[in-house]
Design a protein around this ligand. Structure first.
Ligand SMILES: Cc1cc2nc3c(=O)[nH]c(=O)nc-3n(C[C@H](O)[C@H](O)[C@H](O)COP(=O)(O)OP(=O)(O)OC[C@H]3O[C@@H](n4cnc5c(N)ncnc54)[C@H](O)[C@@H]3O)c2cc1C
Length: 451
């Protein structure tokens, strides 16, 4: 449906104010210049972006569009959020409501972690984990099983306790952990297929302080027998590598600070050396955008992400890829990828290795599998990266790698589908709420609906 058709058929055309909110959001910040994702590697296939100001307006837009795809903060690297017809941004739905009895927060779909986290902290609460950056929306992140690190920490979707969404016929539905059991496990990592999520509820922890310590040059040999201990040495641990010299260039250990407890910062960690200044994970990059290191305590939300809210995360002009393998095979998987080091390094800004606890969410990359994720931040050289990905995927094949839903991969659809045993149930669930495939886009058609 184009803008004119939409306005013609819109029942709220009579109100100037309503129209301006419902007009495809050419006036919003996301539509100056070509409409691209955050990394700029993808130009969206439609100019029709709606930016409703209320749940009722979302319902009206959903009813009127034949095809529609929800858009979060545009941080996905592939076409998962793309549409050739219409996109809808919920950036104006930004309310946050804490339930002190239930220890939950319910947020509008436009809320980003960077806004939510300080608010929660000021009210005495924390989230279980955060991704490397706070710029993404809670809903966009949870819809793709976005994760942080920590062998005991599930991905960000694992603390979702309820979702409210608009189904294909425009009605409002809710699903919750409390009342919907395993169906809810199917709905959380929805990949945008279930409907337009308007609100999401998260379980909260009491607030806590953290500190972050960085070590340099950890030999991969140490991972052969100590991988679990190394990744378990903090609440959240990340290893970075450029794949050269058989070592992690940096180890970032994020630990919970208990009142009165001094920082435990031995000068050596499994042969790696304590960093004496703040470091960026990518060698030679200015560390100013990074969160505080060197054991300085601070709130959880200023230590768990690697990058501070008001700065560009990561490198900026970049591409990302990430594969999840079972943690029990993590060391072998690292060695398998290492064989390609001289093909990888010239195209790479940095690799990050993180762990994620197993969960029950049907479409999660960590479904029923304690995992280690092998992440690549690539230089923006897509033809060369695209040629390399099948080689990495072949190396990882014995470990049944699951690619991150929001990043770049080339695993053939039939193989991908086989990695998700609950995919048939997921498709049935989607069909209940979207019988005609209104929310299905080319990415989903290709990757989930070819077989
Ligand atoms: C610099 C950088 C660092 C990153 N670091 C990490 C990391 O540490 N860990 C990690 O796991 N990932 C990471 N990512 C990936 C990122 O977390 C995911 O791409 C995430 O999905 C982005 O959320 P978003 O708000 O930008 O959503 P988008 O990319 O806009 O959308 C993602 C998906 O969510 C769906 N969606 C969004 N809003 C709604 C809604 N209201 N209703 C229904 N569906 C919706 C979209 O349709 C789409 O399928 C990183 C990305 C970047 C650019």
């Amino acid at each position: 449906m184009n803008k004119r058709d939409f306005l013609k058929t819109s029942g709220i055309l009579l109100s100037g104010a309503a129209v301006s909110r419902l007009v495809p959001a050419e006036q919003t910040s996301q539509t100056t210049g070509p409409r691209t994702n955050w990394a700029g590697n993808l130009t969206y296939s439609t100019d029709h972006l709606y930016a409703p100001a209320s749940v009722e307006e979302v319902q009206q837009i959903v009813k009127r569009c034949d095809k529609l795809r929800a858009l979060g903060a545009r941080h996905s690297f592939n076409a998962i959020a793309d549409s050739t017809a219409n996109q809808i941004s919920l950036e104006h739905l930004d309310e946050m409501t804490i339930d002190d009895k239930a220890h939950t927060v319910t947020v509008g779909a436009g809320v980003r972690y960077g806004k939510l986290a300080p608010y929660l902290d000021s009210r005495g609460y924390a989230l279980n984990n955060l991704a490397s950056l706070p710029h993404v929306t809670v809903v966009g992140a949870c819809s793709t099983a976005t994760h942080g690190s920590g062998i005991h920490n599930g991905n960000l979707s694992t603390i979702v306790s309820a979702i409210e969404f608009v189904t294909a016929d425009g009605s409002l539905a809710t699903l919750s952990h409390a009342k919907d059991g395993d169906t809810f496990n199917g709905a959380v990592v929805s990949l945008g297929a279930l409907g337009v999520i308007t609100r999401i509820t998260l379980n909260l922890l009491p607030t806590f302080q953290m500190r972050q310590v960085v070590y340099e040059n950890l030999s991969f040999d140490q991972l052969q027998h100590n991988l679990d201990t190394i990744f378990g040495s903090g609440y959240s641990v990340s290893l970075f590598t450029d794949w050269q010299n058989h070592r992690a260039t940096q180890v970032w250990i994020k630990s919970v600070v208990r009142p009165g407890e001094a920082a435990n910062m031995p000068p050596q960690f499994y042969g790696a050396t304590l960093a004496t200044k703040k470091l960026h994970p990518i060698a030679g990059h200015d560390a100013t955008p990074c969160t505080e290191q060197q054991g300085i305590p601070g709130p959880w939300y200023e230590r768990m992400p690697h990058f501070r809210m008001n700065f560009t995360p990561s490198s900026g002009a970049e591409l990302q890829t990430e594969y999840f393998v079972a943690r029990e095979h993590a060391y072998e998987a690292i060695l398998a990828v290492e064989k390609l080091r001289d093909r990888i390094t010239p195209l790479l800004f940095i690799t990050e290795l993180r762990t994620i606890a197993a969960d029950n969410l049907w479409m999660s990359m960590a479904y029923k599998r304690d995992s280690m994720a092998i992440h690549f931040t690539w230089k923006p050289e897509w033809p060369a990266v695209k040629a390399l990905l099948p080689l990495i995927e072949k190396q990882l094949e014995p470990f049944n790698p699951r690619p991150h839903w929001a990043k770049l991969f080339t695993i053939p659809p039939a193989q991908l589908e086989a990695k998700y045993e609950k995919l048939p149930d997921f498709k049935s669930l989607v069909k209940q709420h979207d019988p005609s495939g209104k929310f299905r886009n080319a990415f989903l058609e290709t990757n989930l609906y070819t077989t």
